[in-house]
Write a protein that binds this ligand. Structure first.
Ligand code: PLP
Length: 416
């Protein structure tokens, strides 16, 4: 257990993943970065990888498509290794929001005799809005599962919302504010018991900790590639469809990239019987090559090891927050039970907005603020050191003290 700054430095020296930090473009004089759950860092190799594709475009012109055309499958299968999917189940393309829409429609059409969608009123806006829009267009009932803004969803409470009238259960694998994890195997089993489909948004989970989609019995999932996967701003997203559902589900956008015999340009839509049918149009090659590059470090380290370090970092942040920030009026707004915590720690404090702004202004720390009073700290395993987590909490304590929160207790810790 890390009890002082020297202990944090020792933990970094002993960290088997420490070398992976070199995979990222990190300015040693720059601020500590704890907003990787909004935008993951730039992998050092990505600019050259993107430049390579630009060069292929320049020299090979349309002939370069031979090199690019299988990227949705190739990059998808690599993401599959991080989320516990089998080859052929994950495909890359479109945005998270669009994928959520496509897969929600596919699920609702597969349960057309049912009128209820179960969601979480505390979920990320795009998840709520997509479901709200579909419910409006199709005259469905949205049923909110009982959830706690900090602790998340208790699968036992989910049972109350589940009945044979439920077509789809659509929830996030980790809450975007508190980080609370969803128990995917338990929720999937409960949904299956009533014949409902499951669709999970794993934007705040994929790349932070293992989610084991196949083992959990999940039907459908989506996630973005620019948070823990470090694919860059606006990177194309991924989608997962359980193998047994490929041939039977239909998505609403009948595009030529889901078509069997795509280049025979046939008279009508006949989707390929694989997960590729959930693609729509020409994929964003430049974005996908950056996603591919971002996966190198994660795939090299392995998601089990990444998940262990994520948990250790979040644990350290939580412990130090209790010691240093709770006396200054902060509250830990993430689950208290470590296995229920996700890839970041949330704190609430009346001065959170001012503190986040002051920390950034002074070049000390980039954290993120969610209204009304939540400060989030990401624990990105491969680029965050234990000493960074230690120092981040010292910086926050210092700034909160200056902003007029109760005076910090004297500490033997020094911050860099
Ligand atoms: C970040 C995030 C998204 C992003 O959706 P986009 O379509 O990429 O804007 C979606 N869902 C969740 C839960 C997220 O955290």
């Amino acid at each position: 257990m890390i009890t002082d700054r020297a202990g944090a430095l020792a933990a970094d020296s002993a960290d088997p993943l420490a070398g992976f930090r070199d995979h990222y473009a990190i300015d040693p004089a720059g601020p500590l970065y704890f907003d990787g759950n909004s935008l993951g860092r730039l992998p050092a190799a990505t600019p050259a990888r993107v430049a390579e594709v630009l060069a292929e475009w320049g020299s090979m012109l349309v002939g370069a498509w031979d090199r690019w055309i299988d990227m949705p499958e190739r990059v998808g299968d690599r993401i599959g290794t991080l989320v516990g999917a089998s080859p052929g189940e994950v495909r890359v393309g479109d945005s998270t929001t669009v994928n959520l829409y496509k897969l929600a429609v596919a699920a609702l059409d597969a349960r057309a005799d049912r009128r209820v969608v179960v969601t979480d009123a505390h979920d990320f806006p795009t998840v709520r809005y997509v479901i709200e829009g579909l419910a409006d267009a199709r005259r469905l009932e949205v049923r909110h599962v009982a959830s706690d803004p900090v602790e998340g969803i208790d699968p036992d409470a989910l049972g109350d919302a589940l009945a044979p009238d439920v077509a789809l259960v659509c929830l996030s694998g980790a809450n975007y504010r508190s980080g609370a994890r969803l128990d995917l195997p338990a929720v999937s089993a409960l949904a299956r018991d009533v014949g409902a489909m499951t669709l999970f948004d794993l934007s705040h989970a994929a790349g932070a900790f293992p989610v084991g989609l196949d083992a959990a019995g999940v039907d459908l999932a989506v996630g973005c590639c620019y948070k823990y996967l470090c694919g860059g701003p606006g990177a194309p997203a991924w989608q997962y469809v359980r193998a047994g559902l490929h041939a039977s589900l239909r998505q609403p956008i009948w595009g030529w990239w889901g078509q069997a015999e795509q280049f025979s340009m046939g008279p009508s839509y006949d989707p390929v019987p694989s997960a590729t049918r959930f693609l729509a149009g020409t994929p964003a090659v430049l974005g996908m090559v950056a996603v591919d590059s971002g996966l190198d470090a994660l795939c090299g380290a392995g998601i089990e090891a990444v998940g262990e370090k994520t948990a250790a970092l979040v644990g350290l942040l939580a412990r130090r927050a209790a010691e240093r920030l709770v006396p200054l009026g902060a509250r830990v707004a993430s689950p208290t039970d470590p296995p229920r915590r996700g890839g970041h720690l949330a704190l609430s404090h009346p001065l959170a907005r001012e503190a986040v702004a002051a920390l950034a202004e002074r070049g000390l720390l980039i954290a993120d603020f969610r209204p009304p009073d939540v400060l989030r700290l990401s624990a990105v395993a491969l680029s965050t050191r234990y000493v960074d987590a230690w120092d981040a909490l010292e910086h926050i304590a210092g700034v909160l003290g200056e902003l007029g929160a109760p005076a910090p207790a004297p500490s033997d810790a020094t911050s860099s």
